[in-house]
Design a binder for this molecule. Structure first.
Ligand SMILES: O=C(O)C(=O)C[C@]1(C(=O)O)C=C[C@@H](O)C=C1
Length: 115
């Protein structure tokens, strides 16, 4: 007679596992001196804080854009308004060049979806 046994999966992380040691600052930053590593670490904190604010602003933009789109659709119009999008693309490209256009297109996609 064949006996079926159910294998017990091994725990993903054994309780006795020692956590990997944190990478040294120079390794984390790519810097070749402790001074540069310290400076980079501090500036990265500023970048993380800026990114949090940028993400918050993008979310706020999405909410405002949704209100405009809903109002236009409820009034019988279309979700998309191409002439306004051209203004926005021009604004970003004047300020930031070609990557600014790409950024504006990404923002518009986040705000009104893909067209
Ligand atoms: O300004 C509008 O009319 C909007 O609907 C907002 C917005 C935008 O997110 O900037 C979104 C969709 C339109 O195609 C144009 C612009």
């Amino acid at each position: 007679m064949t006996t079926l046994t159910t294998a017990t999966p091994a725990p993903a992380t054994p309780a006795t596992a020692t956590p990997a040691p944190a990478a040294a600052p120079a390794e984390r930053t790519g810097a070749h001196t402790p001074e540069a590593a310290e400076m980079i670490g501090g500036e990265r904190e500023r970048i993380d804080a800026l990114d949090d604010r940028i993400i918050g602003l993008v979310q706020e933009r999405m909410a405002v854009s949704a209100v405009i789109q809903e109002s236009r659709i409820t009034s019988g119009g279309r979700r998309v308004n191409l002439s306004r999008e051209m203004e926005i693309l021009g604004h970003y490209s004047d300020a930031l060049g070609k990557p600014g256009t790409a950024l504006a297109m990404t923002l518009l996609e986040l705000c009104r979806g893909r067209v």
